[in-house]
Ligand binder design. Sequence first.
Ligand code: CMC
Length: 435
Amino acid sequence: MSAQVKATISFSDGTPSAEFPVYKGTMGPDVVDIRKLYGQTGKFTFDPGFLSTASCESRITYIDGDKGELLYRGYPIEQLAENCDYLETCYLLLNGELPNPAQKADFVGRVTNHTMVHEQMTRFFQGFRRDAHPMAVLVGCVGALSAFYHDSLDINNPEHRFISAIRLIAKMPTLVAMAYKYSAGQPFMYPRNDLSYSGNFLRMMFGTPCADYVANPVLERALDRILILHADHEQNASTSTVRLAGSSGANPFACIAAGIATLWGPAHGGANEACLVMLDDIQKQGGVAKLGEFIAKVKDKNSDVKLMGFGHRVYKNYDPRAKLMRETCHEVLAELGLHDDPLFKLAMALEKVALEDEYFVSRKLYPNVDFYSGIVQKAMGIPVDMFTCIFALARTVGWIAQWTEMISDADQKIGRPRQLFNGATPRNVTPIAKR
Ligand code: CMC
């Protein structure tokens, strides 16, 4: 990084002003490199929520929130969703280029070679209650994968990093499907390597040893699209967590488990589940007829009701993933003959109200990808509490690509933010008898 532009920070408390380099990326806002601020001035910057902070340098994913643009390695998400499948997208995110047919065949071969989990893994599931939230199960089981691969956990060895990436991409569908089967009290289904990545996952979810499952191609493609659209999203909360965990030298399985835990929250990946729960609640209270009352609650400053599946920290125009997911949503509803289903009618009515209402329009609150992906998954018969697991399955490649990029960076340091301390100043302990 070289800087032709400099930023000068001056202070009104007598601290001498200081000059800092300003770097230009290939796209996006310039950044002021304040790494030497503390050394030069004894001051920190203050940016809780990272509203103005670039936490790293990256070459993987670019978002322009005002334009509603999302690029993986420079390729628009619309073109990837149209022309590529999920495993090609994984190859792109990990390697920087799209594969040619031979590279794709080799990559698919490597992933399918690792789809089974160690048989011991089945015992972990038995330790959970059947009604455990599948995200709780997933956090535990992905973290537990660290215990199985002692031979390839040297994070400084590129081959070890690569094999861990492949293992994670290959085993996530198996683990997610196992979490579902366990909750349903059904036997686990072993992966079938002659099926597509999405087709195999659907079969592991919905097949049983007594009745095999042949995926409907429309649903198989819809799931593949969900996976592509969720594969990476720059430095969001879960990805930043993976990077922070990884910065201490933790192994990749532990780091991805930390990412899964972060994704679970309703302000992040948990939004698709929260959105369906919200739709269900409105439905129980009277459905479309009660929509006006619900919207009034959302707009009321004294209530904490939010329209789940709407709004985004970065996209302030529209979420390009939502546009593609909306298309898929209508394809799936048409294929399954569900356009007249009351829940889906309600979702479409809610979308219409929110897109026209001044409150949402003026705050640029558009439906995000999770609004439509929740509806698609529900239509496909995926239980609501599995939605975030599927998001985690899709995002695993993004997390591991970002983790690999960080570990390969020679300038990488442990992430260690500082704070503005506003607690007690030094004081003496009073012995307990005198307190
Ligand atoms: N419903 C109602 N009002 C909202 C919503 C919403 N979903 N989102 C934001 N607002 C209002 C907010 O109250 C504020 O109003 P005012 O200016 O009057 O105080 C204004 O819009 C700006 O909101 P903000 O809280 O400053 O926005 P943020 O960038 O901090 O939050 C968000 C982004 C995604 C956390 C938030 O929009 C939200 O909670 N949405 C619902 C949850 C959701 O769908 N999350 C999934 C995000 S996409 C998947 C992913 O990438 O993880």
